[in-house]
Design a protein around this ligand. Structure first.
Ligand code: NOJ
Length: 517
């Protein structure tokens, strides 16, 4: 079976309630893999694509429907792969293109779709396009990037680079112009107003779609078509009408492929209304990250507001929401919630119980906290090392990796917090995630049902999901006291391992999914 012939996988087929007219990505649970930190099979201390292949059975058993792979392309790793030097090649650290193709094929055999990262806003300064662009003002690729004349002492506008704290502009002494980089100086921004850039980057999409991937997570999607105003006035880049036109171009291209593929935009704007605009008139991106909930504390008022924003701003325009609590750019949610095991377990039932498509970040199913990385071992200019700690798979110094000396230190307590220990412990995070994902798969209400708030005591959130005659109630106690929640219910899943059945009460910082009797 070649991946091009592959049709809806085992995972989707397992749900008898799945309607053929509903896109697979609406009922799916996604799992983000940060390949550097997943599993190293060759002993260089950096995870690799063979490591992902080896754990496909683990992922299938977890019950997720799709994986998103952070970049594994050729890269000098100034931003650990988000500085791409060749979009159509795999960095030797991770494997090669044949291994990537094999990974996609095997994932499909396990019923897992594969979404890859697509990094359109910038390239590496070692990309052949930029090497040429920088070589002279008349080089063929010069105007594939953003160059501006000026005074070497005064950057063309006050935009700041995301990680350096300095200007988003670097003076190129060789050709005596400034070039733009919203991120590191090693990540020059492409100029998407240049048609050749659009064509070349569309070809990159075609390369991976032809190889069999099921879609793209699009890095910095919201800024690629930005206008670049010069002078002191502009404080930061803004999405433009042209950016939306580019999104429509991506959508058209991806939708022209057989099998349903998906685009997921990284919209790093703290406004759910702004996120809504990237769905267009159902002609821009299929899904978009909505980050305000990721930054919300574990408090009822904060979550009620974040959920209301989604209900008010996304649902009415037919935009299917994305929910995410952790990723490779932010402290893990358990760490943000003060390390609380109870809160992190309850949060799993929130993430998987709201209406929309949840994205898990590798290791959250083990309840991992961020590693505490001593200054001498820090490597990321953006300060994100903690959440990128390598996944501990088993006991022993190497935790299942091919070396005991990975690129970053292990997360806290890795001696006993690892996948093998949790496999053996029915009360573990891993078993909670498996049970919740399996219950979600069985319930049309939880997968794609309508949402409605229910009355609840202060500090407690309760909502109902309903579809096709199926109903489920999610109740979350965001207080440190036990609370009663009256009504006639049967327990579907509880976040507290000690909660055997439903007696009408929830312990501190806990959640339950209930079936109305
Ligand atoms: C967002 C990515 O998630 C992050 O890791 C990266 O550093 C920036 N975009 C730049 O590509």
């Amino acid at each position: 079976m070649t991946s091009a012939q592959w049709t809806p996988g085992e995972a989707a087929a397992k749900d008898p309630h799945d309607r053929p007219e509903r896109p697979w990505w609406q009922g799916a649970v996604f799992y983000q893999i940060y390949p550097r930190s997943f599993l190293d099979t060759d002993g260089d201390g950096v995870g690799d694509l063979d490591g992902v292949r080896r754990r496909l059975p683990y992922l299938a058993q977890l019950g997720v429907d799709a994986i998103w792979l952070s970049p594994f392309y050729r890269s000098p790793m100034a931003d650990f792969g988000y500085d791409v030097a060749d979009h159509c090649d795999v960095d030797p650290l991770f494997g090669d293109v044949d291994i990537a193709r094999e990974l996609v094929r095997e994932a499909h055999e396990h019923g897992l779709r594969v979404v890859v990262d697509y990094v359109p806003n910038h390239t590496s300064d070692e990309h052949a396009w930029f090497v040429d662009a920088r070589s002279s003002r008349t080089a063929a690729h010069r105007d594939w990037y953003v160059w501006v004349d000026g005074d070497p002492a005064t950057p063309p506008n006050p935009w700041m680079s995301a990680f350096t704290g300095g200007p988003a502009w670097t003076w190129d002494a060789g050709t005596e112009q400034w070039y733009l980089h919203l991120f590191l100086p090693e990540q020059p921004d492409l100029d998407w107003h240049n048609r050749d850039v659009v064509d070349a980057m569309h070809d990159v999409m075609r390369f991976w779609l032809d190889l069999g991937v099921d879609g793209f997570r699009i890095d910095v999607a919201f800024l690629i078509g930005k206008d670049v105003p010069l002078g002191p006035a502009a404080s930061k880049p803004e999405p433009s009408a042209y950016t939306h036109e580019l999104m429509r171009g991506f959508r058209k291209l991806v939708d022209s492929y057989p099998r349903e593929r998906v685009t997921v935009g990284e919209i790093y704007i703290m406004s759910t209304r702004a996120v809504a605009s990237f769905y267009g008139d159902n002609d821009e991106l299929h899904l978009n990250f909505n980050f305000p909930p990721l930054y919300a504390p574990f408090e009822a008022a904060a979550w009620r507001q974040r959920i209301d924003e989604v209900v008010d701003d996304l649902d009415p325009v037919g935009a299917w929401p994305v929910w995410v609590l952790s990723n490779h750019d932010n402290p893990r949610h358990r760490t943000r919630y003060g390390g609380s095991e109870d809160k992190a377990r309850a949060a799993a039932l929130v993430l998987l119980g709201v209406r929309g498509t949840p994205f898990l970040y590798q290791g959250e199913e083990l309840g991992l906290c961020d590693a505490v990385v001593p200054p001498a071992l820090r490597v990321d200019p953006g300060g994100r090392d903690g959440c990128r700690a390598p996944l501990p798979w088993e006991a022993g110094a190497a935790h299942g990796w091919a070396t005991d000396d990975p690129w970053l230190p292990w997360p806290p307590d890795a001696d006993h917090v690892h996948a093998a220990a949790q496999e053996a412990d029915a009360a573990s995070f891993l078993h909670l995630y498996r049970a919740a994902i399996a219950a979600r798969r069985r319930s049309p209400a939880l997968r794609h049902g309508a949402f409605r708030w229910l009355e609840s005591p202060p500090g407690v959130l309760a909502w109902e999901r309903a579809a096709d005659g199926d109903r489920a109630v999610v109740v979350v106690n965001m207080t440190q006291a036990e609370v009663r929640f009256p009504g006639s219910y049967e327990l579907i899943v509880a976040s507290a391992a000690s909660q055997g059945g439903w007696q009408g009460a929830l312990g501190p910082w806990s959640a339950a999914w209930l079936a109305p009797r």
